[in-house]
Design a protein around this ligand. Structure first.
Ligand SMILES: [Fe+2]
Ligand SMILES: [Fe+2]
Length: 372
């Protein structure tokens, strides 16, 4: 632990190569550790002091670099100074822990201003975990206590009333959402392996999973979108495909698509990058930019995916849109502007291809690739 802490500090101070999102993620890990430690130890305990010190240094560094450090929870997504924050699987539980704590106190924004002192931070954490502070109104009571204590460099804003949820039903819903999300990733992994062996891919299971995602999205859309903020470098394509599926279903639902159409859209989004199976790992995970030759190989994943889907044993229950989406999700809307494959001649791309393209792009630009 000691060594790990040293490493984190060293990386931050010397590194600066580390991405901002990595640092923000570390602040969150530190934050939740400090809360957990504060629940067990008194403020004069050495472990507690050390945790606060590590957290304080990270916040200080951010303040020096950015001039402000503002966390905002919006619809189960965390923003830091307006950047959407993504989490590793391993730190998702820290995010969930803090999100629950914030929701309980109805805090939508937590900000640190330059001039913050270590003792203010200690006081803040101590008051945060103190059950006695809240009498009637979670946010107002907590904010009043902060003011009384003279904490001047930390500010709060109340969570939007629509976001204040909770209760046992909500918990259950969140558990099923997490289960379905990870089941989808595992299922896609199995599909890829079975397709390689030219076996049936259990398309009925895919459709059933889409039904579950649609149910969950209609009950708690923001929580489902929140799950797309988890990043997974090891299984990037699987995770990305699941994210694009969830986002496409949310988008399609907002556009007024019917249930049957949403299932087809979900299946199409789920398989949009099937062709990447054929792209060599060295190209898929290449640190830095692809050269022209590598990019040409990468571009083949559109038609390779469409071809794979068209050759499935279960083609009769595969929506034809899935083949179009695989082929068209890298083509620009007007077909003249660019994108690939170049030879694909149609007046316009499929409506589902446009939805998936937008969600694909959104997920890609908000996720940092391993070294890119
Ligand atoms: Fe793609
Ligand atoms: Fe993609």
């Amino acid at each position: 632990m000691e060594e790990k802490d040293q490493e984190v500090r060293k990386d931050y101070i010397e590194g600066a190569k580390k991405s901002l999102s990595k640092i923000i993620e570390e602040i969150f890990i530190r934050f939740s550790s400090a809360m957990k430690v504060a629940q067990i130890y008194e403020p004069n305990n050495l472990t507690f002091i050390r945790q606060i010190n590590l957290l304080f240094n990270l916040i200080q560094n951010i303040l020096q670099k950015e001039g402000k450090a503002v966390f905002q929870f919006r619809e189960n997504t965390l923003f830091f100074n307006t950047t959407r924050v993504k989490f590793d699987f391993s730190s998702y539980h820290n995010f969930k822990f803090l999100a629950d704590e914030f929701r309980e106190k109805e805090i939508g924004t937590l900000g640190f201003n330059p001039g913050l002192s270590e003792s203010e931070l200690t006081q803040f954490i101590t008051l945060f975990i103190d059950d006695e502070v809240i009498k009637e109104n979670p946010f107002e009571d907590f904010e009043a206590v902060l003011k009384e204590s003279g904490i001047g460099h930390i500010f709060l804003e109340k969570m939007h009333s629509l976001e204040v949820t909770g209760g046992a039903r909500e918990e259950e819903l969140q558990k099923s959402a997490i289960k379905v999300f990870f089941k989808s990733i595992t299922h896609l992994k199995e599909v890829v392996e079975r397709e390689k062996k030219k076996k049936r891919i259990w398309l009925k299971t895919t459709r059933r999973l889409m039904q579950s995602i649609i149910n969950l999205v209609s009950q708690n859309e923001s929580f489902m979108i929140g799950l797309t903020n988890i990043k997974n470098y090891d299984e990037y394509t699987l995770n990305h495909s699941t994210n694009v599926t969830v986002l496409s279903i949310c988008f399609g639902r907002r556009l007024g698509l019917e249930r049957k159409e949403l299932v087809d859209l979900g299946v199409s989004a789920f398989f949009h990058d099937m062709g990447k199976v054929e792209i060599p790992e060295e190209i898929l995970n290449k640190p830095g930019k692809l050269d022209d030759n590598e990019f040409d190989i990468m571009k083949t994943h559109s038609w390779q995916g469409a071809q794979k889907l068209a050759c499935l044993k279960e083609l009769s229950i595969l929506p034809v849109t899935a083949i179009n989406v695989a082929m068209e999700h890298h083509i620009w809307a007007n077909l003249e502007g660019g994108g690939y494959p170049k030879y694909w001649k149609k007046d316009h791309t499929d409506f589902f291809s446009k939805i998936v393209k937008i969600c694909d792009f959104f997920d890609a630009v908000t996720t940092e690739r391993p070294y890119r």
